[in-house]
Design a protein around this ligand. Sequence first.
Ligand code: GTP
Ligand code: MG
Length: 158
Amino acid sequence: TEQTFIAVKPDGVQRGLIGPIISRFENRGFKLVAIKLMTASKEHLEKHYEDLSSKPFFPGLVTYMASGPVCAMVWEGRDVVKTGRAILGATNPLQSAPGTIRGDFAIILIWHEQDVGRNVCHGSDAVDSAKKEIALWFKEEELQKWKPAQFDWVYEKA
Ligand code: GTP
Ligand code: MG
């Protein structure tokens, strides 16, 4: 089954949004297979965001993401990468739709230019980047194999 890497960013952790973010994935029937709170090193985050290394905001992004604990998670389910991105909403809080995590929680401070960097939560953008990110943040043995009891009630049987 497909898995994605979701991380509540330092602003989301500080604002007490771990619970609401987990709920949105649980409510949609996705399965949590790994979770930990950790303050990542800059080296770790440079790897995580290596595709963005040429961007002008890259140093600020890495410094910010290393500034405090993030809540790193792996979620599993059908189409979870794409659906996870939909649950998160658009990168820029100005454009993220109400009903999405960013559209409901990311705060828009229009007199700052860099507020797109305070968008509460990260989600993998493709199946292959999800695999790469999961391998960077978690050891194989940290991923739980389990069957939620509700699966017998919510999935149709033949
Ligand atoms: P992630 O889920 O965090 O990867 O966001 P994303 O996939 O929606 O966007 P992208 O991977 O392009 O950028 C990663 C992160 O860099 C964004 O979530 C923002 O926090 C930050 N970022 C992206 N574009 C800008 C920008 O133009 N300025 C600043 N300051 N930060 C940006
Ligand atoms: Mg991204």
